[in-house]
Design a protein around this ligand. Structure first.
Ligand SMILES: Cc1ncc(COP(=O)(O)O)c(C=O)c1O
Length: 350
């Protein structure tokens, strides 16, 4: 059993606020944000909008809140949202789309792991047939929950196609800064084709709480009203926004370090010769593995062997084990982590 602090690779949501964030939170100037009087929230909303290249932005409590608020704002009740079946909105938001926006989710399984316009186009329904729910939104993810990244040309193609059909596009960009870093693009370029983009301050960017919903001014003002309906109007939220500003200004600049750690971890898995690794190449701070051939099905045992050695990850899902690197996984502990991967794999298949 390891006595060192665990290496927590469950998610980048486990990151803790940095000392600079805690200081900024302590010193934050605050006011009543529901009255529009919190200067720190106002600064965060302005800087987030500028960074994403959008007219306006709104601070919301979580990524789930931001996505569901986007649907609630874009979509008439009873309309349909087209999106990938493994997207966070479908899999991990507790069915909120049916409860809050009252929409139907029309899902598809992207053949290449990344949605294409060819897959979305036939699912858009805008005719006058009274039997048919009209499509109101296409929802994309970038980066995707499967560790993939959508390139700018595909996002542009989907947005242009959807817009030509009179359908808006929302991007769940919980990790859009990771996607932009992976593609070597400014985040504003990647966000440009979408009508709204949600991004999280609280994952790889280390803020304790908070996500931003960005878009056109009129959209964000409507979302502000709907945020109140959802109980998301926060008062002296500048304490949180202060950490968010550190996240936005500084922590967005270092994500390539986390991607490099994930790449090295991917190589460690590949070196064992026992695992299938996805995606190849590793694109962001997230990778998935499963045993190949005769050892398939031993993933739970592998996760237990890792935990015994102080490396944490979530139990397998659909046979795949996910690993997420982040700020709080020190680079100097990576060699030991890679060694433990080999030992735990050998123990699991013994
Ligand atoms: C792709 C994606 N979207 C949305 C969310 C939701 O964020 P939150 O946990 O802040 O609600 C997550 C959370 O991990 C996510 O991975």
């Amino acid at each position: 059993m390891s006595t060192a602090l665990p290496i927590d690779l469950r998610s980048d949501t486990v990151t803790r606020p940095t000392p600079a964030m805690r200081k900024a939170m302590y010193e934050a100037e605050v006011g009543d944000d529901v009255l529009g009087e919190d200067p720190t929230v106002n600064t965060l909303e302005r800087e987030a909008a500028e960074r994403l290249g959008k007219e306006a932005a709104l601070l919301v409590p979580s990524g789930t809140f931001g996505n569901q608020l986007a649907l609630f704002t874009h979509c008439p009740r009873g309309s349909e949202v087209v999106l990938s079946d493994d997207s966070h909105i479908v899999q991990h938001e507790a069915g909120a789309s049916a409860i809050i926006a009252g929409v139907q989710l029309r899902v598809f399984s992207p053949a290449a792991g990344v949605p294409s316009w060819e897959e979305i186009r036939p699912r858009i329904r805008r005719d006058n047939d009274i039997h048919v729910p009209p499509t109101s939104l296409v929802a994309l993810e970038n980066a995707l929950s499967n560790g993939q990244v959508m390139g700018l040309p595909e996002v542009q193609k989907i947005a242009a196609g959807a817009h030509a059909c009179g359908v808006s596009v929302h991007v769940d960009g919980a990790r859009i800064f990771n996607a932009a870093a992976s593609l070597g693009l400014e985040v504003s370029s990647l966000a440009a084709p979408a009508d709204s983009v949600m991004f999280c301050l609280s994952k790889g960017l280390c803020a304790p709480v908070g996500s931003m919903l960005t878009g056109r001014r009129e959209f964000v003002e409507l979302a502000r009203r709907k945020r109140k309906i959802m109980g998301g109007g926060m008062r002296q939220a500048g304490v949180l926004a202060a950490a968010g500003l550190v996240a936005l200004r500084r922590m967005t600049l270092r994500l390539a370090e986390d991607h490099e750690k994930a790449r090295q971890l991917g190589e460690a898995f590949a070196r064992t010769g026992l695992f299938e690794v996805s995606p190849i190449p590793v694109r962001i701070n997230m990778l998935f593995v499963r045993f190949r051939g005769p050892h398939a099905g031993k993933e739970s045992r592998f996760v237990e062997e890792l935990a015994r050695r102080g490396v944490w990850c979530y139990p397998p899902s659909d046979g795949w084990v996910r690993f997420v690197t982040h700020h709080d996984v020190p680079a100097d502990r990576l060699p030991a982590t890679c060694r433990i991967v080999g030992e735990a794999a050998a123990a699991a298949v013994a």
